[in-house]
Write a protein that binds this ligand. Structure first.
Ligand SMILES: *Cc1c(COP(=O)(O)O)cnc(C)c1O
Length: 439
């Protein structure tokens, strides 16, 4: 740690000292950085075959079918269904559980806005649950919030890692609730050998640009239950089953539903298939860098790291740190940035959780103000939802979320961090910690 000693002697860069580094950290959208010849080769096959639709065509290359089959093989699921985005996957999964007016869905206050919108669009009520030291749903608060109207739990594996998933799956089972596991931010993750998505009745993923792998837009659902799978297949399409030849079968009475037109195209399927084959490499790099940084800073007095129950199953895209007060958090992040721990201008590489937008419940104006797509105020005004009249959605509803938004910070971990980048990050944390944290 000679390097660190050398920096400790310096004044903080924010006070005019020499910064630990001057070149920006690499800012990366993990999957996108790895797009290359493999994606091009599969996309070219679709184009050459002039067959971009998954269910039929003159010379289908079966990219989406292959993606689903390889997903099941790679992560050990019985059924997979690719769709056009993660937001649609959430809606389809909740619809497969028959969630609607009169139901509430328990959802953590640290999530992504798509989680809430899926619940509200279906006519159900979001019931907010606090987080714990894992930055995921707190099982104790969950038990407190479950009521007679609860139908499903939406567990979100936030910022690359999982929380107390096994405990929450056991609660869901004991209380007779469906469990939907949102793994959009944790593709390739696991916990004590159980893959992300396996804890829930349905697991969903997103292949949007910010995720561990990407097809630009895209998503996928997994389930072990054949009936739920067939419901999802019908809902994502036109509302009906399809036969082996890809033809609609509107006469199958079990699946005469309403469809969303959220099929994945063969072009996205080709991209996603090439990315799936790389995703463990991508997450392996991020996890390795992140845990070396953690090891280098975990002894700093006054600094707390997010609790990750199984580090081996972390996918690594974010490092979350917690400070004694909001003021120290502010000063720490500003000082870190001045030391050169930041990406290029405009990137969100090193930020306070206060700058993390609609990941926090009270930053979602449509939720706080109970907005509706319809003129009559549905679903908030639906008589079956009168039970939820007094539910709180503004700041103050969840004490731990409110506190962590003030006192925590987030560092993006690129899959291309070099040893020197990792050493700089550790040195900067120690230098700033020495000056800013209480001893
Ligand atoms: C990105 C994301 C989604 C939505 O996925 P899209 O493909 O962008 O629609 C849902 N949930 C979480 C937690 C996400 O991070």
């Amino acid at each position: 740690m000679d390097d660190v000693q050398r920096h400790l002697g310096n004044r903080l860069a924010i006070e005019g000292g020499t910064p630990v580094r001057t070149t920006p950290l690499p800012w990366e959208l993990p999957g996108a950085h790895w797009i290359g010849a493999e994606e091009r080769a599969l996309v070219d096959r679709v184009i050459d075959a002039q067959s971009p639709f998954r269910f039929y065509g003159l010379d289908s290359q079966k990219m989406v079918d292959t993606l689903e089959a390889e997903w099941c093989e790679t992560f050990g699921h019985a059924h997979a269904l690719a769709v056009n985005c993660g937001s649609a996957a959430l809606h389809i999964a909740l619809a497969a559980f028959e969630v609607g007016p009169g139901d509430e869905v328990l959802v953590p206050g640290y999530m992504w806005v798509s989680c809430i919108s899926a619940i509200v669009r279906l006519g159900a009520i979001p019931r907010l649950v606090d987080i714990d030291d894992t930055f995921c749903m707190d099982p104790v608060d969950l038990e407190r919030k479950i009521g007679p109207r609860s139908r499903a739990i939406l567990l979100v594996n936030m910022s690359g890692a999982m929380g107390r998933n096994a405990e929450i799956a056991a609660i869901a089972k004991r209380r007779g609730l469906f469990l939907l596991e949102d793994c959009a931010q944790a593709i390739g993750g696991s916990q004590h050998g159980v893959p992300a998505g396996r804890f829930g009745d349905i697991g969903i993923y997103s292949f949007q640009l910010n995720k561990n792998m990407t097809s630009g837009e895209g998503g996928l659902l997994v389930t072990e239950d054949a009936h739920l799978h067939r419901r999802c297949v019908a809902i994502h399409d036109l509302g009906f089953a399809r036969n082996e030849a890809g033809r609609l079968d509107p006469n199958d009475e079990r699946y005469q539903l309403w469809g969303m037109g959220c099929r994945m195209s063969e072009l996205a399927g080709a991209m996603a298939l090439a990315q799936l084959r790389k995703v463990r490499t991508i997450t392996g790099h991020m996890r390795h860098a992140k845990w070396r940084i953690r090891a280098g800073i975990e002894d700093l007095p006054g600094l707390t790291l997010r609790h990750v129950p199984d580090p081996a199953g972390d996918t690594g895209p974010f490092l979350i740190t917690v400070y004694p007060t909001a003021d120290i958090c502010d000063r720490f992040v500003a000082a870190l940035q001045a030391e050169g721990i930041r990406g290029p201008a405009g990137s969100l590489t090193c930020i306070r959780m206060r700058d993390w937008g609609m990941h926090w419940y009270f930053n979602i104006p449509s939720l706080v103000r109970r907005r509706s797509l319809a003129r009559d105020g549905f679903p908030w005004t639906h008589p079956a939802n009168a039970f939820a009249q007094d539910y709180q959605y503004d700041r103050g509803a969840l004490p731990v979320c409110d506190d962590m938004e003030q006192r925590a910070a987030l560092l993006s971990i690129a899959s291309v961090l070099s040893d020197a980048d990792v050493a700089d990050i550790v040195a900067a944390f120690r230098k700033v910690g020495n000056a800013v944290l209480p001893h």
